[in-house]
Design a protein around this ligand. Structure first.
Ligand code: URA
Length: 268
């Protein structure tokens, strides 16, 4: 028998087992520890960062010493002060087509119809993302992902919302330029990101306005300020999510693609 010594360095490495490869890719991509723990209700990102500084968090038994570590919430064992945290991602996000007349609230002590009535008990902990006026119809997002809701509604993320407004009066040719330059309102100036005349007929026009403002009645006030009172207002998109052909009063779960695009929009 040939008993020539062999050298480890000459051995070919076996290709990684597919399960190992998938696991290491997931860990590379992963999700930031602060985000995962914020979603699990441990505390805000700032609180989690403080916990890391204090050495209170461990991943798979090892104390975390760096900020921004990426983890795989489905596989890694993450513990705070030695207690394992349950990390299943059971967040859900829905799009609904709010009809006019429904108020943007999860409940109402005056028994008016609410968004809460529309979602019923689809999932625990749902909140609406921002608000639409009682008379405004169209796309409203509802989620139990607290961080997503916070970011989508926070002005610093400048999430664009698209509205179709039916207005009385004819639309001056230079209106788009004026709206993009900015219009002074009682509580400060407002600018649109884009403006388009969609249709005009018998003294009524339909215009599309895109803006990243969340101030109360902002579209109605903006258009009234340029002499175009709004008789009907519909939100048709929030960031990359579009109302498309949803029937009034209907609800649907966002697709994976929409969730990904939404997360990208707010840097999650
Ligand atoms: N702007 C408004 O005036 N109303 C809404 O509901 C949303 C934006």
């Amino acid at each position: 028998m040939d008993s020539a010594p062999y050298d480890d360095a000459d051995m070919e490495l076996a290709p990684p087992h597919p399960a190992d490869r998938a696991r290491s890719e997931a860990a590379e991509e992963g999700e930031r520890l602060q985000k995962v723990l914020a979603r699990a209700g441990v505390g805000s990102r700032r609180v989690v960062e403080n916990m890391v500084d204090q050495g209170r968090i461990s991943v798979n038994g090892a104390v975390v010493t760096v900020q921004g570590m990426r983890v795989d919430p489905l596989r890694d064992r993450i513990a705070v002060d030695g207690s394992r945290i349950e990390l299943r991602d059971d967040t859900v996000t829905y799009a609904l087509n709010k009809p006019a007349g429904v108020i943007t609230a999860m409940s109402d002590d005056r028994n008016r119809p609410t968004v809460g009535d529309m979602v019923g008990d689809l999932a625990p902990g749902l909140v609406h993302v921002g608000r639409l006026d009682q008379d405004t119809e169209g796309l409203l997002l509802v989620t139990n992902d607290g961080e997503l809701a916070h970011r989508l509604a926070h002005p610093s993320y400048e999430v664009k919302k698209t509205y179709l407004a039916q207005v009385s009066g004819s639309v001056p040719r230079d209106l788009g330029r004026r709206l993009r330059a900015g219009v002074q309102l009682d509580d400060g100036p407002v600018k649109v990101d884009s403006f388009r005349l969609v249709d005009t007929h018998a003294g009524q026009s339909v215009v599309e306005v895109v803006l990243h403002e969340g101030r109360k009645h902002i579209v109605r006030r903006l258009l009234a300020a340029v002499g175009l009172p709004v008789s009907r207002l519909t939100r048709t998109a929030v960031g990359p999510v579009r109302l498309e052909r949803m029937r009034s009063g209907s609800i649907r779960r966002l697709t994976r693609a929409e969730l990904g695009a939404l997360a990208d929009t707010v840097g999650l």
